[in-house]
Design a protein around this ligand. Structure first.
Ligand SMILES: [Zn+2]
Length: 456
């Protein structure tokens, strides 16, 4: 039994799949107009851990990930400049080029973080027809209306609007900013489709509803999730900042169109903080995977750091904690590499591991359990290795692919020479040789059974 926190019910619930051992999962993907940062990495890693947890429990997961390659507007309130076209204009490139560039980087980062490949990658620009069809259904059913600048969803027709974010419709209406668009029926109404302003030419626009225009921000996720997963599917994931208005609006437009429940479970990852503060470009604490690599860390060190946090509480990133993660991951790798051969998965520890991950993804508990087992004298080293490799199906630290690094001949020779001078108690030469080895990028450690050499 898997238990997860459902934002919709605001409770930890037992997960029940629609179809026995199958899970339909939709993950809100990136808007590809800028570099993705480690906050995004945290969000996509938790979705990956969720997916792997299902798979470890024997479910077959169909994960759909969208790529927003048609810009939504810079303001959440359906106004402002298109993020993609703005980025393209600033870079002197086309919007299509910008989207292709950042999509490539996004997938490279996913690979580095060892995230499983989505079953379907759905690009918004390839699903315009489906979006137009959905907007038309909403118009036909009277849930949408046309104004001079676009087609809007009438939130007063959907009484559950606000349920996901824990708001009432009245509360949201009162809290809405002073309305600039006098044609909207209610301040909470949102754009399903926008018309291109008359007299201006957009890079991305399509002929529909008798004019040129482009989709509103939320419609793509409804159209694409339902296309690949059906009107009702199991679980929808995203970041906490997606809850309102994005996911709230997805529910309203999808359920109004189909008359059915949209997603059964809503899984949201809380914010990633940097030294206790929100990440932002103006605070200069905006980090990408590349920034981490430049400082000598790998994306897997970051993944290890993520394993020590719970998705439903904000995570605090510090360079010290990343360093700690790097050291711990190194020790885990060394342990795996030091054991030749493999035993059997320890049933007792596997059971405990399942209990942890199935308890609302208690990855910190699962990781602590792995270390507890490593220190347990009652389990053989061979069995420990087999069990860790089994746990890694969820942890995703790439333990099965670890290879002993090849030490260059030049370094090995210096290590041998050093062993000789050490036997002769020539400590001066020993130190000199250690420095030479160090200059080549390697560290030498002296143990009772001889010297061990490692990459710095
Ligand atoms: Zn979305």
């Amino acid at each position: 039994m898997i238990k997860i926190y459902n934002t919709y019910s605001k409770k930890v619930e037992e997960f029940k799949a629609i179809k026995d051992k199958k899970v339909g999962m939709y993950t809100c993907g990136p808007t590809v107009y800028d570099y993705d940062h480690i906050g995004h990495a945290w969000n996509y890693t938790t979705a990956d851990l969720l997916r792997r947890t299902f798979e470890y429990n024997g479910y077959k997961v169909k994960q759909v990930l969208n790529i927003t390659d048609v810009g939504h507007l810079t303001s959440d309130a359906d106004s402002g400049e298109d993020k993609l076209e703005k980025s393209a204009r600033e870079a002197g490139k086309s919007a299509t080029e910008i989207a292709a560039f950042f999509t490539k980087i996004y997938f490279e980062n996913r690979k580095k973080l060892n995230l499983e490949k989505p079953s379907v990658v759905a690009k918004a620009t390839k699903h315009i027809k489906e979006m137009i069809k959905l907007v038309q259904i909403l118009l036909d059913k009277g849930f949408a209306y046309t104004t001079s600048d676009g087609i809007y969803f009438d939130t007063s027709r959907f009484s559950d609007y606000g349920k996901l974010s824990g708001n009432t419709l009245e509360g949201l209406m009162e809290g809405a900013r002073v309305e600039v668009n006098m044609e909207k029926k209610n301040p909470t109404d949102f754009a399903l489709w926008k018309f291109s302003p008359i007299g201006s030419k957009r890079q991305m626009e399509w002929k529909a509803f008798g004019r040129l225009g482009f989709p509103g921000w939320h419609i793509e996720c409804s159209a694409m999730s339902m296309k690949y997963l059906g009107s009702t599917f199991d679980i929808h994931t995203g970041g906490e900042d997606n809850i309102f208005p994005h996911h709230e609006s997805e529910i309203a437009q999808s359920e109004s169109a189909t008359g059915k429940r949209f997603a059964n479970y809503w899984f949201h990852t809380r914010f990633l903080l940097i030294d206790g503060q929100k990440m932002s470009k103006s605070l200069k604490n905006f980090y990408t995977i590349k920034d981490l690599e430049d400082k000598g860390y790998s994306a897997l060190d970051l993944r290890y750091l993520f394993l020590q946090a719970h998705y439903a509480t904000p995570i605090n990133f510090t360079w010290e904690s990343l360093e700690g993660s790097k050291v711990a991951r190194g020790k885990l790798n060394d342990f795996i590499l030091s054991i030749k051969g493999r035993g059997k998965v320890d049933k007792n520890y596997k059971e405990k591991f399942l209990e942890k991950i199935n308890n609302d993804l208690d990855l910190p508990g699962a990781l602590a359990l792995a270390w507890l087992m490593i220190k347990d004298n009652k389990v053989s080293d061979f069995d420990k290795k087999a069990t860790l490799l089994d746990f890694d199906k969820v942890l995703g630290l790439g333990l099965a692919k670890l290879k002993k690094e090849k030490i260059p001949e030049e370094v090995l020779k210096l290590v041998k020479d050093r062993e000789v001078v050490r036997k002769n108690k020539d400590w001066t030469s020993s130190d000199e040789l250690r420095h030479k080895i160090c200059d080549l990028g390697y560290l030498v450690e002296d143990t009772t059974s001889g010297s061990i050499v490692k990459k710095k």
